[in-house]
Ligand binder design. Structure first.
Ligand code: PBE
Length: 296
């Protein structure tokens, strides 16, 4: 009660203090975003780590009382985001980077003072137990596989107009120096089968397709198997798949990682500087998750 009262006093104060010509508009927007979007965050696939992180945020932030996450798919989220922006309407989506939505639209992450979405995420490489002994050449290459967000983004961008295999080919063609650092001194093999497990997002389609190509050039017969994050960890822990470049840590897939810890090998980071959070169009007049108002 008291918290609610002081909050509304603060808001009134803000409105009165705001001497800009659109004071009405800014206060109106701040107070009614929730109402306008039916206290709903547009999420992605139910099995995504981001979906779990968003649910955690919903329970951690008291001001998100009465809010819900609506899950469906990444493409449904992107459609809703595009439509909202077309009409300059408010929308709050569960978002992440690297992702082309930031290049296509003017977006911002809402500040996350409680750290519900973690800070910076890394993408790691994991392998099944025994992989190093069974396929030392592939192990060495995957252990060395490391690239920048700009590399991953260039594959994702190219893949807007072609399939990921072609986009990966293009990147490998243009980045022979990096690739030869990964393969330097590694012996070729003769058609050994290897299965890489990935999750079904463009970030992982990019890394998996580049890894596939590099391993194929080394003589491997590579299969890519896309599955949900929980199945990805399970597959590597149980030895059904050989390796994965898809785990996002520490926040996104931390719970799956912990569940299977000790049953797989961690080969370290393949990319640094990924991020998760609640994302809104830049024209929205809020900056922090705490600016959202509870459903009362
Ligand atoms: N993502 C992209 C995935 C991992 C890669 C952030 C949408 C997830 O949330 O599981």
């Amino acid at each position: 009660m008291i918290a609610g009262l002081s909050l509304s006093l603060m808001l009134t104060g803000c409105g009165e203090d705001d001497s800009s010509d659109n004071a009405d508009n800014s206060e109106g927007e701040t107070t009614s975003v929730g109402e306008k979007i039916d206290y709903t965050i547009t999420g992605i696939e139910p099995g995504a780590g981001l979906t779990e992180a968003t649910d955690n945020a919903l329970s951690e932030y008291e001001n998100l009382e009465g809010w819900e996450q609506e899950t469906a798919s990444t493409s449904a989220m992107l459609t809703s985001l595009g439509e909202a922006i077309e009409n300059e309407e408010p929308i709050v989506v569960a978002g992440w980077s690297p992702h082309f939505k930031f290049a296509k639209y003017d977006l911002k992450y809402l500040e996350d003072p409680k750290g519900a979405f973690g800070d910076v995420e890394s993408i790691k490489t994991i392998a099944r137990k025994g992989f190093k002994e069974d396929m030392p050449e592939a192990y060495t290459i995957l252990d060395r596989f490391q690239w920048e967000t700009s590399d991953m983004e260039s594959v994702m961008l190219a893949a807007q107009d072609m399939d990921f295999e072609k986009a990966a080919q293009q990147w490998v063609g243009e980045n022979q120096d990096t690739v030869s650092e990964w393969t330097k001194g590694v012996e070729s093999v003769d058609g050994t089968s290897i299965e890489l497990v990935l999750t079904p997002w463009d970030t992982e389609r990019s890394s998996a397709n580049v890894a596939k190509l590099v391993l194929e050039e080394q003589g491997y017969d590579v299969t890519l198997t896309p599955v949900s994050p929980s199945v990805m960890f399970q597959a590597i822990a149980e030895g059904d798949g050989d390796a994965s470049l898809a785990p996002w840590m520490p926040e996104t897939h931390g719970s799956f990682y912990e569940k299977h810890e000790g049953d797989f090998e961690d080969l370290g980071e393949n990319l640094e500087g990924a991020k998760l959070g609640l994302v809104v169009p830049a024209y929205m007049d809020i900056d922090s998750i705490e600016d959202l108002k509870p459903d009362e």
